[in-house]
Design a protein around this ligand. Structure first.
Ligand code: AMP
Length: 282
C-alpha cells in the first residue's frame, strides 16, 4: 500500500494506475477504521483493480460545538488495517493540503439537507458535499463506495453526482453491525458500559418497527410510536425517528415496502445514527 499526503502525489500514483488500465474505486472515510469501513473496501475491490481510501477528518462538516478535536484518530492502526484489507493507495491529506487557499466556492445542497441530520447540524451537509466533491476531483474514481449507515449523506451525494454531472458510479453498502446489533461507528468508542447497553435500544427499536410493518401495520405514526417505546425502555430520547421515502427522505404518513426508518439519538456522550428498510431483508 502506498500512503500519500499531497494531491500531487495522489495524482501521480493514480496516473500510473490508469495508464496500466486499472479502474479506480474510492472509499472516503474519517478514519478510526472498523469493519464497516473495511466492507466498503471489499465492495470497491470487487469492482475496481485499484482502491483508494481517504482518511480526512473534515473540519468543514463539524459545527463549532461539535466533536472535531475529540474525533478519534489512529493513523498507524488505520494504515495497518487498510493495507491488510487490500487498499492500494491511502490518501491522508491534512487540512492545509485539502483547503489550501482562501476558499470562495462551496457545494450547498438546495434540497434534502434541512431535515434530520441537517436540522440538527446546520451547514454539515455543505461541508460533506464540498469535501466529497473535492475528493472526487482529486481521485477521479470510476466508482465510489459509501455506507447506508449515513443514509442522508448517501442520498445527498447521489443528488450531487446527478445534479453536477459527476462521472462516478456510486455504490451504497449495507450497515455492518456488531454481534449484538449495534451499528458499528467510530464514535462507539465513547460509549461507556452503561451507554453501550442502552445503545442497543436503537437496533431494537428498528427491529420492532420492521416487525410491525411485516405484521401489517402501515400507519407511519403507529410504527414510530412502537420504536419510541423501545427507546424509552432505556431512557433514550431520539433526536428524530421517522418513516421516510428512500429517495427524497420525506416523511411518510403511510409506510410502504422499501421505505426507510431514520433514527438518531444521543446515548451518553456520542450521537448515534441508525436506520433500516421496511419490508426488506437488509
Ligand atoms: P466515516 O468515517 O464515519 O465518515 O464513514 C466513512 C464511510 O463509512 C461512510 O460512507 C459511512 O457511511 C461508512 N460507514 C460507517 N459506519 C458504517 C457501518 N457500520 N456500516 C457500513 N458503512 C459504514
Amino acid at each position: 500500500m502506498l500512503t500519500v499526503t499531497s494531491v500531487a502525489a495522489l495524482r501521480a500514483a493514480l496516473d500510473d494506475r490508469r495508464r496500466a488500465g486499472n479502474r479506480v474505486g474510492f472509499v472516503p472515510t474519517m478514519g478510526y477504521l472498523h469493519e464497516g469501513h473495511l466492507r466498503l473496501v471489499d465492495e470497491s475491490r470487487a469492482r475496481a483493480a485499484c482502491t483508494v481510501m481517504s482518511i480526512f477528518v473534515n473540519p468543514l462538516q463539524f459545527g463549532p460545538a461539535e466533536d472535531l478535536s475529540r474525533y478519534p484518530r489512529d493513523l498507524e492502526g488505520d494504515a495497518a488495517k487498510a493495507a491488510r484489507r487490500g487498499v492500494d493507495i491511502l490518501f491522508v491529506p491534512d487540512s492545509t493540503e485539502m483547503y489550501r487557499r482562501e476558499r470562495s466556492v462551496a457545494v450547498i445542497p438546495e434540497r434534502g439537507a434541512t431535515r434530520w441530520e441537517g436540522a440538527l447540524r446546520p451547514g454539515h451537509f455543505s461541508g460533506v458535499l464540498t469535501v466529497v466533491a473535492k475528493l472526487f476531483n482529486q481521485v477521479q474514481p470510476d466508482i465510489a463506495v459509501f455506507g447506508q449507515k449515513d443514509a442522508q449523506q448517501a442520498a445527498l451525494v447521489r443528488a450531487m453526482v446527478r445534479d453536477l454531472d459527476i462521472r462516478v458510479e456510486l455504490v451504497v453498502a449495507p450497515i455492518v453491525r456488531d454481534g449484538d446489533g449495534l451499528a458499528l461507528s467510530s464514535r462507539n468508542v465513547y460509549l461507556d458500559v452503561d451507554a453501550r447497553r442502552r445503545a442497543l435500544s436503537l437496533p431494537r427499536a428498528l427491529a420492532a418497527m420492521r416487525k410491525a410493518f411485516d405484521d401489517g401495520e402501515r400507519s407511519a405514526s403507529a410504527i414510530e410510536a412502537l420504536g419510541r417505546i423501545e427507546l424509552q425502555r432505556d431512557a433514550v430520547t431520539p433526536d428524530y425517528l421517522a418513516v421516510v421515502d428512500p429517495v427524497e427522505l420525506e416523511p411518510r404518513l403511510d409506510a410502504r415496502a422499501g421505505d426507510l426508518v431514520l433514527l438518531a439519538a444521543r446515548v451518553g456522550t456520542p450521537r448515534l445514527l441508525d436506520n433500516t428498510f421496511l419490508g426488506r431483508s437488509t
